[in-house]
Design a protein around this ligand. Structure first.
Ligand SMILES: [Cu+2]
Length: 146
């Protein structure tokens, strides 16, 4: 009985901080436990105000298929936020923009792992890359260019 009271108090203390974070800013990330650049991208999201729930798995591909990442647009990790898929090293800026604009789309992808993208910072090296919006029919269009 005392334990139950203690738990109730604990929930009372914890809950407000959970409510303070809007649901749309919670990102579920599927990645291999040994992926270094995936963890660095997670750090990038956290630094930009996202709450991240990490899910280590050896079968990230299953999530890409489930969430509709088009063939050839895959990267090292796959994430879900606000009903959208976010594939690869997508900058927090475009994720926030998408959550605000709420396009009728599957989500955002940055194929492969471009040097200089968030989580792929390499001293002195930057590659040009596109952030693509994946439409509901699986077609893509450029959402941002770096
Ligand atoms: Cu990566």
């Amino acid at each position: 009985m005392k334990r139950a009271v203690f738990n109730a108090l604990l929930i009372g203390i914890v809950a407000p901080s959970v409510w303070a974070a809007p649901d749309a800013l919670v990102v579920d990330v599927y990645k291999s436990p040994t992926c270094g650049c995936c963890s660095k991208w997670v750090d990038h999201l956290k630094a930009n105000g996202f709450t991240v729930r990490g899910h280590d798995t050896e079968n990230v591909v299953a999530h890409k298929i489930r969430l509709g990442v088009p063939a050839g647009y895959g990267s090292c990790h796959t994430a879900e936020v606000g009903g959208y898929v976010v594939e690869g090293h997508v900058p927090a800026k475009e994720i926030k923009q998408m959550l605000k604009e709420k396009p009728r789309a599957r989500g955002l992808v940055v194929p492969a792992m471009p040097m200089g993208s968030p989580g792929m910072e390499t001293a002195g090296r930057k590659e040009a890359y596109d952030v693509f919006l994946v439409n509901r029919d699986g077609s893509t269009k450029t959402y941002a260019h770096y």
